[in-house]
Design a protein. Sequence first.
Length: 468
Amino acid sequence: MTFIGHFFSTLLFGPAGGDVAKAFLYSRWYGYPAASVLATCALDRLLGGAALLVLSGAAPLLSATSSKSFNADFYALAPKAGIVGGIAVAVVVVSLVLRRLLRKTSPAVRFLNAFRANLRQLLTSPKLASRGLLLSILAEAAVSGLLLLSLLAVTQTSIPILDALWTFPAIILLTALPITFAGTGIREGAALSLLGFYGIKPTDAVAAALLVSLILLFWALLGSVVLWRSSRARSAQPSRNQPRTISAILPTLNEVAWLEDTVRRLHLIPEIAEIIVVDGGSTDGTKDLADRLGCRTLVSARGRGLQMRSGATAAGGDVILLVHADTWLPPEAGRAVIDCLRDPTIVAGGFWKSFRQPHPLMLGSRFRCAVRLYLAGRVMGDQTMFIRREVLESVGGVPAMPLMEEFELCRRLRTVGHLALAGATVLTSTRRFAQGGIARTYLRMWGVTLRYYFGTPAHKLQRIYEKE
């Protein structure tokens, strides 16, 4: 969507037109209200404007630390900030007036209500607001750095970088006006005017601005390709209903020490309609505990793949959630799954994963989740897999394998759609690593995976895995 939004902004003469097109496309693709998506785009632009003001204000301070006298450009920021602040106040006042005048059901009022709700959520969450502002600053610094590097690439004269640093975010702010094609024209004029104060030749300033325009047009072209491919992928997918309910399947074998905490957390997820515990012959009271916790219990032959297959067959939810007995899900996990499956090209996926009380050698598990999915197309079982029920049935259900069932299931699912990571993080235990040793456990897992990849049958791998 970032690439597609940049394409729209280029094609439709600036961020205003691009945001409207992107919001309506996003709404059509993923089923969110258009007014809410457009309000989110407006909030994003507000954060971007705040980031540009921060960068413009920080640049003269950096310049002042490198010279004996305070740079006069710092004082020039006051009227700029006043103008931007005045525009912001005017926007708020006009919004309030329009909200009074327009009908409550009009699109403009729906947009204003959504924007107000989003802004309130941002302002009442300092952690969220600080993250948003930090990411906006990094994004605007990257664009400003692009202009600086372009200038360094085309000029032969010495540039007082610290003194002129404030001009780059100022030029970026001006080129966001919704009246040009990719900012062309305004960017060159702004560069010519502002960089001229620091002895930059007019030809160098214009050449740097044109180089930036060329780079942005390249990314816009890439965005058009992404839009074309995404549209084709969606049109090729069969019609799918938006899932609403989730069935959680827990295969168990002597899990009485872990099951209660896991199930209690599953009960806190409103989208989960049923919790099915499939016991493989426990002797420690696991099944009785599951009954007391309000779970639906089944008995199956031992084998995680076979147990999950039995549970998925009996489930009635729109989504099958395969949960390990020692993996904890957060309350927002259900909403994250439902939102992830708004994309009809997504047939299954998993969550980001962290370990509870990890050893330093086990850090970086979230990063490995991304690498595993995007390079190998896999989701591990302790990441808690979720699958559309009708898709799972179409690929033959969960493989009834004693080992590597998630590897084989991911391979089958990739033939009918995409896998994704939902926007939540699960916490899993480190008991396997505590029992077998961290290095030895990792080597065992990698070795079994490689052997299966090169054709060793699962039943042989189970004997090897249990022996080691």
